[in-house]
Design a protein around this ligand. Structure first.
Ligand SMILES: Nc1ncnc2c1ncn2[C@@H]1O[C@H](COP(=O)(O)OP(=O)(O)OP(=O)(O)O)[C@@H](O)[C@H]1O
Length: 235
């Protein structure tokens, strides 16, 4: 039996059908990249999994029980940092809400801040940071939340190429150590190939709407080409 199972999930805004009869399963500890054209419904799917939004139809099953939402740490596209809290406080907030002692959460945050390129910025406020730095704070907060599932919507999009590469290698290491289940949305084929052990492509017109790219063959370059083709991009 699957760790997570999604059955017949559909969502519409008035007449606009965004998700149609989505079905999939996820194994515990999987790392899944979700790609797809803009507007295809990736964020709406994540909102539903996280319980931010209720679907029009469908069932979410977690560890064999029907649930309203999954136990996730969710990094949304918009970083949602609290402007009047410092970086440190933003990062530890979910841990505090989970009952972790403030001192323990702070120690851990201070250990991780340098790894996220945020050394010396713990006492800064979000408005004092660049867009990329804010994204790293949001990413660190998601990783520190310690939920069994991490959802990240375009977690590396505001970062320069080198920082993005370093951070995804770091996230990969932490995910392998902590064995949480991870789904992330990306428009970047390299991010998907570097970080995910499963790549899913979401389509608007095909049934099923999500295609699992299990059959990616060959070396990195040829996998990259196959993914670009699946996404309808010219090489
Ligand atoms: N609150 C809303 N009311 C009505 N339609 C919405 C609402 N939120 C999203 N949509 C529509 O749902 C569709 C899917 O949106 P979604 O944000 O999930 O796309 P996406 O695949 O994440 O796109 P992107 O890659 O650009 O972030 C879009 O057509 C969007 O206009």
């Amino acid at each position: 039996m699957a760790y997570i199972e999604i059955q017949h999930l559909s969502h519409a805004f008035a007449e606009h059908q965004v998700l149609s009869d989505i079905n999939f399963t996820i194994e515990q500890g999987a790392s899944i990249a979700l790609l797809g054209a803009s507007g295809v419904g990736k964020s709406i799917l994540f909102h539903i999994l996280a319980g931010v939004m209720q679907p029009s139809k469908g069932t979410l099953i977690y560890e064999d029980k029907s649930v309203d939402c999954l136990p996730v740490s969710y990094m949304q596209q918009n970083d949602l940092l609290i402007p009047w809290y410092t970086v440190e406080h933003n990062v530890i907030l979910p841990a505090l809400l989970q009952g972790v002692k403030r001192q323990d959460a702070l120690l851990r945050a201070r250990e991780y801040l340098p790894l996220f390129g945020l050394s010396g910025f713990g006492r800064h406020y979000p408005h004092q940071l660049s867009g990329g730095m804010r994204q790293r704070v949001a990413l660190l907060r998601a990783i520190m939340h310690e939920q069994p599932i991490v959802l990240m919507d375009e977690p590396f999009s505001a970062l320069d190429a080198l920082t993005s590469y370093e951070l995804r290698m770091f996230v990969k290491k932490i995910q392998q150590e902590q064995q949480f289940t991870m789904l992330f949305v990306t428009h970047n084929v390299d991010e998907a190939l570097d970080l995910a052990d499963e790549i899913w492509v979401m389509h608007k017109t095909t049934t099923p709407q999500i295609k699992k790219m299990n059959a990616l063959q060959g070396d990195y370059l040829s996998k990259r080409t196959q993914l670009w083709q699946e996404l309808g991009l010219c090489m």
